[in-house]
Write a protein that binds this ligand. Structure first.
Ligand SMILES: [Zn+2]
Ligand SMILES: [Zn+2]
Length: 71
């Protein structure tokens, strides 16, 4: 089971690199925390990197959200 889990984790890591889902604010690819995607340019940001708090995120996810670059 340990081997399978490691393999699975590696798959996640490599696929996230292929998808280039790097935070456009800090450039990190970590999947920790919440992310929000811009509806205009499809950049992705950590919520913390753009100063969104969890409470606000739920509102923004339902609506159109534009990143600082597109605003
Ligand atoms: Zn970030
Ligand atoms: Zn944008």
């Amino acid at each position: 089971m340990t081997t399978m889990r490691e393999h699975f984790a590696q798959n996640i890591l490599s696929s996230s690199e292929n998808l280039e889902d790097l935070c456009s604010a800090c450039g990190e690819s970590t999947t920790l925390g919440q992310w929000i995607g811009c509806d205009s340019c499809s950049r992705w940001y950590h919520s913390t990197c753009i100063g969104l708090i969890k409470k606000n995120i739920k509102v923004f996810v339902k609506k159109t959200w534009l990143c600082p670059v597109c605003k």
